[in-house]
Design a protein around this ligand. Sequence first.
Ligand code: SF4
Length: 704
Amino acid sequence: MQKKESHNTICSYCGVGCGITVSKDIRGTLSVHGTEDYPVNKGMLCSKGKNLNYVAQDISDRILYPKMRWSRNHSLQKTTWDIAFKRAAAVFKSIIDKHGPDSVGFYVSGQCLTEEYYLANKLTKGFIGTNNIDTNSRLCMSSAVVGYKKTLGEDAVPISYDDIELADCFLIAGANPAWCHPILFRRLEKHKEDNPKVKVLVVDPRKTQTSALADQHLQILPGTDVILFNAIARWLIERKKIDTSFIRKYTSNFEACKQSAFQLTLKQAAYQCGITTEEIKKAAKLISNSKRFISMWTMGLNQSVIGVDKNVALLNISLLTGQLGKPGCGPFSLTGQPNAMGGREVGGMANLLAAHRDLGNSQHRKEVEDFWGGKPIKKEAGLTASEMFNALESGKLKAIWIICTNPVVSLPNARKVEAALEKANFVVVQDISHKSETTKYADLLLPAAGWLEKEGTMTNSERRISYLPKVIDPPAEAMPDVEILWRFAQEMGYKGFDYNSASEVYDEYCLMTKGTNIDISGLSYERLRKEGSFQWPVPHKLHKGTPRLFQNHDYYTSNRKAHFNAPKKLYNQSEQTNTEYPLILNTGRVRDQWHTRTKTGKVKRLLTHIPIPYLEMNKVDAFLHGLKEDDVVVVSSRRGSVRVKVKINFDIREKVVFLPMHWGKILKNDFSRANNITNDLVDPISKEPDFKYCAVKVEKYEKP
Ligand code: SF4
């Protein structure tokens, strides 16, 4: 009889990247617990991670066989993999022959493993000959990518989770890690419990479980982050609380930062932010008194029409105070998805190339072309997430291949996304679950292997690369995504896709990083299995990884200095409220749900926290609207509406309402889908959507 076996892997939810030990008993039943000696979580797991065994074992919603339909008038019918690949290749070839390579696109996900991300990019940019490959990570952290590149020269998160226990002051902006990065937050919380002098500042228009820990909560008006960060910078400069030696030796462009910071007085800034000058001064003092200061942020800054400006304004504070390249300090963007970072590394966006190479750099393009031996790579960026669906709607894009993501629920202005998919000539959906609302639009539906059913690697928020083993077989004919991609490439007749394993794909990618700033040529599956996780770079086989970057202050910019950037816009550029749409809608996550609930929605105990979507509203606004707790309301914008129950409190600012983004179509309709009402605006550089701000009205629902 087989013994109980255990495997160490990584949680498939958020970018914290906790280690999970999966045990399989003699009947094949799975159980999970936090890996005791894994450096990220040290045995802890949050509610989502603790229930992953149920998700992995429940195959009731799984796509089991390839399915295909010959026209939109027909339903999907079971087919074979051979026919599915032949059909996909025939349609893609015919569209490319007729309309050119830019008429097709791939939309992938921060939940893809690194090997899958890498191969999808090689296929698209190197062989099909289009840069039309983008990812749902565009919706999470593309503004942070640009912010890092502008400031540090590359998309390089400088610090580690271990720096948390060394820091004495934290500024958490536009993030609720208590719910969205729970284990990271637990480390911070424990550090503060053990060291009462540690200060935490939280910037958020809402009171949250994160702000409950704060020494100071700056409850600013939505969209005023740049003004706040600039005001803090101004106070630091005026009071000479800046590190002049650091600025002189290791930075450039300080004057531009100063000029930007001095555009508004503290009084003007406080008015714009909806807080007092005393609050700004107090925050600036706490930061200036700190010896080791960490800023943390996520969607509240990134998902904005001025997301890049918010990022650079915050990064300027680390540079002003010289809090970079030393233990216990630095700017730390928290990634939302488990492998958003891995995707960034392999160039998994329409404007990136593998190993942090740039599309616009001819030398970089040549290096990649020579390595892959495919077609010349175009220097122009391809279509980004929202642009891809706009192009489908306009007819410029004819075919789209969607991998491991549910754009019908997760993209802004979702009705437009549905219309775009209706109009597409050919839609391939490669996923694990029928529950994804996007599967409805598939002409070809491909069953992918899920978590534990395939091997590969992921990188978490602190640049930590971990190996995920295959523990169980995929159900029926589900296939690892990496194999689906190489078999499609082979069917297209492309050379260089004759892999036999994910390990071969990984070895190729590691080799490609050689000599770059994210060199991981010292890694292999064998080493990751034997020695555990590593933080990049890992440039040779004896190298132990790099927990902290820039300790020698040699930044990746052209002048090797960290670069101050003046935000282009101080003021928010989102759509305006007016008398018809007088409230500002903010969207976000709740503790026990994940993205569009295709996984967490299957676990009953995760529904005990918050079972249905809701609208959070200030008591004053509720009174003015004649609403009481649990009344059903219709929330409408210029684009659409949702119908949910209202939750009333003083936690949210007046004239601001909040709606969770997870729900799609409960109640057999789409009345709860937050993205019915969000808008099409994106940051002009990062192209990240403006999910955190749109003008809405709220009315009590009256049954017809
Ligand atoms: Fe998984 Fe994130 Fe929870 Fe850790 S914190 S168990 S990675 S969801």
